[in-house]
Design a protein around this ligand. Sequence first.
Ligand SMILES: *Cc1c(COP(=O)(O)O)cnc(C)c1O
Length: 232
Amino acid sequence: MFNEIISDIKTKVETYAKECGRKPEEIKILAVSKTHPAEIVKQSLLDGIENIAENKVQEAELKIPLLNGLYKEFHYIGHLQSNKINKLLKLNPDLIHSIDKISTAEKLNTACQAINRVQNILIEVNTSGEESKNGIDPILLEDFFVKISKLENLKIKGLMTIGTLTEDVNEIRRCFRQLKYLFDIHKLRNFENISLEYLSMGMSNDYKIAIEEGSNIIRLGSIIYGNRNYNK
Ligand SMILES: *Cc1c(COP(=O)(O)O)cnc(C)c1O
């Protein structure tokens, strides 16, 4: 059912990467199946998807246990409320993309300490300047790194952003370029306890631009699973 779509996406990612002199195998594709049931995700895993992502803990709790053994990595990409932390950790997320509050990071660290777990995280940065978006203001990033690098059960692995929702390609590119810039300058700082590897940016409508700007994790939803139905 998904074979064609998935091989088409993989071919495109390969082409876009090569066009800008990058190695396609460095780019991780995450399948974002929000609102679609576990059976659908299962089919996509059988048809070539390797890594999956959810943006709501409640939905992940229903789906992830049904997919055990079928996926390589499970990433959590949504806003994380502190009262959902323990539930999320039970699902063993390989990477949490969306840390944008020191208080959430501290609570996550404490929860990880209690179960003797070291959790890989990304910091979500608001590059669009839209107030409705999650993510920290880029000027706070430095302070964030300093504070979170002291939390021993968290490992900052990189940065994540959501590009501005617009038709304006230049504006989308500006967001991604800013995240790459922040990634590069903080990588040079060599903060203790931090190794920046991942740049999570690019969704169904803008992953080509994201690849051109250096993304190595793209998060694809509707291009794989079709439109979302929030009414079900
Ligand atoms: C839904 C979602 C995606 C995927 O969006 P599409 O436009 O459907 O590809 C990517 N990242 C996050 C954080 C999301 O919530």
